[in-house]
Design a protein. Structure first.
Length: 443
């Protein structure tokens, strides 16, 4: 069922159009039903009042939840606010209809409430780019297990490659039958040391990894945001499609991508540290690399290993990338934060660091960068949406600290996007070539 649902788009395609049309028809029908005979002015005033008050309530809700309470830690865009206002306006029109409706019409008005709510949800989702398919909305897996033959070939070659003496781009000779695209599949990465309750991970094997005698390749560990799951990196971030295009220009060469679960559940944030919430840091820096080295044919050099992520995953990427320069030579921080957090600093310290404020301060990216400086062999890509003022400022601060510590830094600003997956796609498209060069995949 997952692959079938994955083919049903909720961003673009016919479904949003159908919802828009149904909502428009419902709004017209509700407005017409309100009209009393001989009272056109009163009717117009009532319709305008319902629409205006509903829209105002929607905007007020956005302000309270998004700005005043900062429930999402993200500033809602004008587009998202407009969709919420439109949904509330329609709902208000339906509610005003109820006192004047008979039973059948009341049922229609109640049904229209659901239509308008769906209208707002689909519009906001399209603005964020979070759930592109029905499978992603329902949490159904879109990816089967990694093909056994491909994984068996990788396991057979894992750890057998000699240390690279020259960059791979200069020694690789692609066979005639190199595939045009890579494959993505689910794997289970055991938490042997950390005992972290991780969900299934995803692995992308590029075309060069699928030939009969594959070369040892670099590896890129990527992380979703929170809430989220490993699938978002591919479904919303389109990372596999992007790397396929890059590989097509590079004779099939690209990094192997491993997307582990750093959260354990969509709404849980272990903050990529070891705590009572879960030993996420040990899972990502011990269990995951151990599994990779045992099961995938990857290069051992630090410059061949990278870590990246979006939002909470971006914070994790700079925490772990800067905290383990002996493991990671590349970092991609897309819209990351200045500190790990699960609420206010007080709540974060209490629940995530057992009341230890010093441990909390030590886990902040700027503290980690300062502690491990200088970085003579690390490349960092830092990105945020042009319309995302808060995260752009944070990214600029972290990037400046990284640059001062010796990290070869690139800062990207995604034109016209905010804290969303459109920003992620831009960052991947313009940041991965920089990482590929660091990894020896391009000259």
């Amino acid at each position: 069922m997952g692959p079938f649902l994955a083919g049903i788009a909720v961003i673009g395609g016919p479904i949003p159009v159908v919802i828009d049309v149904i909502a428009a028809v419902a709004a017209v029908a509700l407005a017409v039903r309100l009209r009393p005979r001989g009272h056109r002015v009163r009717w117009v005033a009532l319709v305008v009042f319902a629409l205006a008050s509903g829209a105002a309530l929607g905007l007020l809700t956005c302000w309270i939840i998004g700005d005043l309470l900062n429930a999402f830690d993200v500033t809602l865009t004008v587009i998202s606010r407009a969709w919420v206002a439109a949904a509330f306006a329609g709902i208000a029109l339906a509610i005003v209809n109820l006192p004047w409706s008979r039973t059948r019409r009341k049922a229609g008005a109640i049904a229209s409430v659901l239509v308008f709510a769906l209208l707002g949800a689909v519009g906001v989702n399209a603005d964020f780019g979070q759930y592109p398919t029905l499978a992603s909305v329902l949490g159904a897996s879109s990816f089967p297990g990694l093909p056994p033959s491909a994984l068996a070939a990788q396991r057979a070659a894992a750890g057998s490659a000699p240390a690279a003496e020259a960059p791979l781009w200069s020694t690789w000779h692609a066979p005639a039958n190199v595939p045009t695209t890579g494959v993505v599949g689910a794997v289970t990465i055991p938490s042997t040391v950390s005992h972290f309750a991780a969900r299934q991970a995803l692995v992308y094997l590029p075309p060069a990894a699928l030939v009969a005698d594959p070369p040892a390749l670099p590896v890129l560990i990527m992380l979703s945001g929170q809430p989220g799951s490993p699938e978002h990196v591919f479904i919303a971030g389109h990372l596999d499609s992007l790397i396929d295009r890059i590989a097509a220009q590079n004779h099939g060469l690209a990094p192997i991508v491993v997307v582990p679960d750093q959260l354990s559940a969509p709404q849980t944030n272990p903050m990529c540290v070891d705590s009572s919430i879960g030993n996420s840091a040990t899972y990502l820096t011990v269990d995951v690399p151990t599994w990779i080295k045992a099961n995938l044919d990857v290069q051992a050099a630090t410059t061949a290993w990278g870590i990246g992520g979006f939002s909470q995953g971006g914070t994790c990427a700079i925490q772990l990338g800067a905290g383990h320069p002996d493991l990671f030579g590349s970092i991609i921080d897309v819209s990351g934060e200045l500190e790990p957090k699960i609420g206010t600093p007080e709540v974060t310290i209490d629940k995530g660091f057992d009341g230890d404020a010093a441990a909390y301060d030590a886990a902040k990216p700027l503290s980690i960068i300062a502690r491990h400086a200088p970085f003579p062999n690390t490349v960092g890509v830092f990105a945020a949406g042009q319309s995302d003022a808060k995260y752009s400022a944070w990214i600029a601060t972290v990037a400046a600290s990284a640059k001062a510590a010796g990290i070869r830094t690139t800062v990207l600003s995604s034109p016209g996007t905010a804290h969303d997956w459109y920003t992620v796609r831009y960052a991947f498209e313009h940041g991965l070539p920089i990482i590929d060069a660091q990894m020896g995949l391009t000259s």
